[in-house]
Design a protein around this ligand. Sequence first.
Ligand SMILES: Nc1ncnc2c1ncn2[C@@H]1O[C@H](COP(=O)(O)OP(=O)(O)OP(=O)(O)O)[C@@H](O)[C@H]1O
Ligand SMILES: [Mg+2]
Length: 291
Amino acid sequence: MRKIATINFKGGVGKTTATWALGQIASQETGIKTLMFDLDAQMSLTQAIALNEDGNPFKDFTDWYSRSVGKKKTIFNALDEYTKPATFNFGINHDFIYKISECFHFIPSAEDLYWTELEFFDREKVKHFIQRLMEKIQNSSNVPKYDYVFFDCPPSFSLLSYSVLSCCDLVLIPINPDFFAANGINLLLRSLKMRIEPSPIPRIGVFMNRAKKPGGTSRRRFSNETQRYLGDANEMLNRVRSDLGLQVNLFNTAIFDRVGMKRAIQEGMPGDIRNQFEELWGEIKKFVRET
Ligand SMILES: Nc1ncnc2c1ncn2[C@@H]1O[C@H](COP(=O)(O)OP(=O)(O)OP(=O)(O)O)[C@@H](O)[C@H]1O
Ligand SMILES: [Mg+2]
């Protein structure tokens, strides 16, 4: 089981889109089972899954979700159980894990996750929550043995993202071609190292999302602006690599800016973007397998 967490402090860079796209692509490989988590209290991924192409509720999911909430089988209930003094007694089954398709499963977010940011839970204890939950999932005979687990994290270091980052195999960071690309990575990686140590720091992979094509008949790959921001990000990563001793890779594949991505989760990815995500997934797999 390889665990991949998508994070960036910056909002709107494509964390949710990438988590979903890569999760779906991975699950379509023969014999591969994929689990996807929405750990963001904003619930963007959960809401996207809950809507149909026409913007109406996707009844199969919304009915399942109401039952899951009614039976106290959400991720918040799991956390609540885990933080009780008694042994962690939370049954893993398909009231907790929704089947998007046979090989692509999903643990939605819950509104109550906002509570985790308050002094409601023991912070030290919550740090190990995801690790313990993943062990439970791995040992349960009610759900498949997942090959890949994807976590969609909020644009901040929430207690839960912490808990994921300290046990994942890869931290995946989407960046956009803007001023924050290089500076944001620097800030993120420095805080990651500071917060996670003494736990080992996972491998880190960065990719450019919303890359712009050059205008006119130019045969270059990117616009001047995208090229410049990529160069800045690369320079920053070199610096961070040597200053902090982290294993960071800037993936060669970039995902281009495409209007049709707005409703991709409901309507499906445009074919060209799917190809780009497939290529990125190839690079990611290779990188995590080197561990
Ligand atoms: N390659 C792309 N081309 C065009 N639009 C994109 C692309 N990637 C993401 N988007 C759009 O950008 C918006 C933000 O994307 P997304 O929700 O994935 O970002 P996020 O980092 O998860 O945001 P948040 O920080 O709020 O969780 C969405 O409307 C999404 O459809
Ligand atoms: Mg998001």
